[in-house]
Design a protein around this ligand. Structure first.
Ligand code: F6R
Length: 364
């Protein structure tokens, strides 16, 4: 049932190219994104005020990537909320807002409660769900299914990737409907998104390199992930994956926040995983990585193929292939998942069933 893989998690990481194709290709028509939800016509999309993306855990991290894509492309204000916070804080919701609920299982109790709150306020709810016919899918006004197939490992991998894909498609359509991007630009981005399944294959093939790197960090007590923009969202997800399954304490910081407190924790040998895939802030993140290195940190840098990495910044460098900065999260997540996976394996952890966790959190 694990298809020759030692764990479901590794199988599911490797299923990501197929999951991406299954999720994206049915929603592309003549090279342009088509949500195939008649009630979310371009006219309706043009009238949206604020978008609220609400979810828990990894699904919430996908929401952060969605927010950034929506705001960058469609210039519609978007907020990300943790479902358990949203539901108890009397959120400001207006009739022309849209709530996007994101859930792999479709059964997470806080997420379902957030959905019901939005509906009780008369705000339309679009759900991005992996499990057909789940409670969230049934309660939402509109559903965009992700087609990851069943996810068995407790740590979410392929579901996260396709949640991001659906959010990109949504952002593309929204930007097109609102005239914020040219049709040519949306065509180009859609073609790039369709290519994601190919882009990540070499990252899956890099698994031996990532396993080696994990072996260099295996005895660590605590580590830090840093990044800016999309790389910050990915820091949060890479860090969550690592602590969840390998039981290594880890924190994720927006790279520019380090010097506002956390840098006091950087001493000789402390691992810092620096993500620097975004051209616009590349120099800034590199200088933050250098600040940690000069205080003794052991720096593992993830960056792009041709990025110039100055001396004294990193102990190890992992290179990604060229890809649109906006879609880079789809490529970057793979080595981060593999890093967490091999750390857990090398530390002898129960990878698919980490302690104290359940696949679907149906209690508060
Ligand atoms: C982490 C993980 C959790 C889930 C969260 C939401 O690897 O799997 O953080 O993402 O419990 O679950 P769903 O998406 O089923 O609502």
């Amino acid at each position: 049932e694990k298809g020759g893989y030692p764990h479901f998690m590794l199988k599911e990481i490797n299923e990501q190219p197929a999951a991406i194709t299954a999720t994206v290709s049915p929603r592309v028509e003549n090279g342009l994104p088509d949500l195939r939800i008649p009630e979310l016509s371009d006219e309706v999309l043009r009238g949206i005020g604020t978008i609220h993306l609400v979810a828990c855990g990894t699904a919430m991290h996908a929401g952060m990537v969605g927010k950034a894509a929506i705001e960058a492309l469609a210039r519609v204000p978007a907020e990300v909320d943790i479902a358990s916070e949203f539901r108890y804080r009397n959120p400001i919701l207006r009739p022309n807002d849209l709530v996007i609920i994101i859930s792999q299982s479709g059964e997470t109790s806080d997420t379902l409660a957030a959905l019901k709150l939005a509906k009780s306020r008369g705000v339309p709810v679009l759900a991005i769900v992996n499990v057909v016919g789940s409670s969230i899918a049934r309660a939402a006004d509109h559903v965009l299914y992700t087609y990851a197939g069943p996810e068995i490992a407790v740590a979410s991998t392929k579901a996260y990737t396709v949640q991001m894909c659906v959010l990109y498609l949504f952002a593309f359509r929204l930007a097109l409907a609102r005239g914020e991007q040219t049709e040519a630009e949306i065509r180009r981005l859609t073609a790039e998104l369709l290519r994601a399944s190919e882009v990540i294959k070499p990252r899956l093939a890099d698994c031996e390199q990532i396993k080696y790197l994990a072996s260099r960090f295996v005895n660590t007590q605590s580590c830090f992930f840093i990044g800016r923009g999309f790389d910050y969202s990915l820091s949060l997800e890479g860090s969550l994956k690592l602590k969840e399954i390998s039981y290594v304490h880890s924190d994720a910081y927006a790279a520019g926040e380090l010097k506002h407190g956390t840098i006091s924790l950087i001493t000789e040998g402390v691992p810092v995983i620096a993500l620097a895939t975004q051209k616009q802030v590349y120099e800034k993140t590199i200088s933050n990585a250098k600040e940690t290195k000069s205080r003794g940190a052991k720096v593992l840098l993830f960056t792009t193929k041709d990025a110039v990495v100055p001396e004294g910044v990193a102990d190890y460098v992992v290179r990604l292939d060229d890809y649109d900065d906006l879609l880079m999260p789809l490529q970057l997540i793979v080595p981060l998942q593999l890093f967490a996976y091999y750390m857990a394996v090398l530390r002898g952890c129960d990878v698919d069933k980490p302690r104290n966790l359940a696949k679907s959190v149906t209690v508060e």
